[in-house]
Design a protein around this ligand. Structure first.
Ligand SMILES: [Zn+2]
Length: 134
């Protein structure tokens, strides 16, 4: 599907049962835009998680870490709204064995070399699990 925000290509993926309450909408899947990194509900996601390295080579290759990470990337645009969901998802990423702090700095570095939205890059670079909103 095309991104409703920018018309870019999206990467649809199934959202595991345990994470469904953390994402907007009732759909069983979500789609991450490869261009603007926005997250959209996907009605008919593939059965298996896709290769998120198509979005960014910085994504973890294990889907246990890559799926929650993709959800985090999509929810970051609404950090104030989804702060607790994001922190839950980051815990899942960590439990899957990926150091998300290192991942976020790699992802920010990788996307600064591409055509992605600078605002998203700033958000990726600025978010840490200890971040407090004032
Ligand atoms: Zn987009």
């Amino acid at each position: 599907m095309k991104c409703p925000d920018c018309g870019g290509q999206t990467v649809p993926f199934p959202v595991p049962e345990a994470s469904r309450s953390l994402v907007p909408g009732q759909e069983s899947g979500a789609a991450l835009c490869r261009h603007c990194l926005s997250l959209h509900p996907a009605e008919d996601p593939p059965a298996e998680p896709p290769a998120f390295r198509r979005v960014s080579p910085a994504f973890p290759s294990e889907s246990d870490a890559a799926v929650p990470m993709a959800l985090v990337v999509g929810l970051l645009a609404n950090l104030a709204l989804y702060r607790s969901e994001i922190s839950d998802l980051l815990e899942r990423v960590e439990r899957a064995g990926t150091d998300h702090r290192r991942w976020i700095s790699r992802a920010a570095g990788a996307s600064s070399n591409s055509s992605s939205d600078p605002e998203t890059t700033r958000q990726l670079a600025g978010v840490t699990p200890d971040a407090t909103l004032s």
